[in-house]
Design a protein around this ligand. Structure first.
Ligand code: FMN
Length: 260
């Protein structure tokens, strides 16, 4: 394989970090990146004669709906693919199985999968959940996974599908009311517009004040994590309740898992 495609959705950057680390350790010369959390990918080629890595974060044990729409536009004629999900130390539930199904339906041949851990989108210094992950240890695990993929792809004529955990029907998606979304502290905000740029669903606009469209917001927290003034916060009681539950039940470190 002399070409590699990295296709990922990563509002707060952890999935991007992991997918890049896996990709860079595969020893492939030509790497093309498709960051589907940035707005509009101009043209999507058919991805043949190459290896593709799909990387997505886990939202409610599933894949983010907004990412799926774009993901389905990628097509291949049975080129191999590696699927990766990144979750915030709670669980990845049916997300990897869902990703396998989408990749297969797009014409890829899934040869390996992995579930990695990234800092939870709702983590804060006061309430840390998988804070600063992926860390050094996780990045070492990325290298281990790359080695397994290299080994598997050497036997290209007998590439078998891995057994991916998960259940049908997939876990039901739950949606919080539209009034639950990050807010701006207008005393701190200098209207730099970074929140507008990093929002993958164009849910934020700046007029006299910063306005958030609760119908479009996916609660990804990119605006919170990237705000240089710490003016964006997500302190809704519903989210604080989730944070407390995560702290109580999901503070024990989980480790990446490979399915090859
Ligand atoms: C709406 C939403 C739902 C989430 N659901 C889960 C979940 O079910 N399990 C889990 O462990 N982490 C969950 N997370 C945490 C993310 O999977 C995790 O923070 C991931 O590293 C984010 O990826 P990114 O940095 O590439 O955006 C959720 C995050 C968001 C924003």
């Amino acid at each position: 394989m002399d070409a590699l495609n990295l296709i990922y959705y990563s509002p707060t950057g952890t999935t991007q970090k992991i997918v890049r680390e896996i990709g860079e350790n595969l020893g492939v010369k030509r790497i093309s990146e498709y960051n589907i959390s940035e707005n509009e990918i101009e043209s999507i080629p058919v991805l043949n004669n190459s290896l593709t890595i799909f990387g997505l974060p886990v939202y409610g044990g599933r894949l983010p709906l907004t990412a799926i729409e774009t993901l389905k536009k990628f097509q291949s004629n049975q080129s191999p693919a590696v699927i990766v999900v990144v979750y915030g130390n709670r669980d990845y539930d049916d997300s990897l199985l869902e990703l396998q199904e989408i990749a297969n339906n797009c014409g890829f041949k899934v040869i390996a999968g992995a579930a990695f851990i990234g800092e939870h989108s709702y983590s804060s210094n006061e309430k840390p959940i998988a804070q600063n992950r992926p860390d050094k240890q996780d990045l070492e695990k990325c290298k281990d996974f790359s080695k397994l993929v290299i080994k598997k792809i050497k036997h290209i004529s007998k590439l078998t599908a891995p057994t991916i955990p998960g259940n049908y029907p997939y876990k039901e998606r739950k949606q919080l009311p539209a009034n639950v979304h990050p807010e701006t502290d207008n005393k701190r905000c200098n209207k730099c517009g970074i929140c507008v740029d990093v929002c993958p669903t164009n849910a934020i606009s700046i007029e006299d004040l910063v306005i958030t469209d609760g119908e479009l917001c996916t609660l990804c927290c990119a605006c919170v994590k990237y705000c240089p003034e710490e003016a964006r916060t997500f302190d809704h009681p519903k989210i604080n309740e989730i944070r407390e539950r995560l702290l109580l039940n999901c503070s024990t470190r989980k480790e990446p898992l490979f399915f090859v």
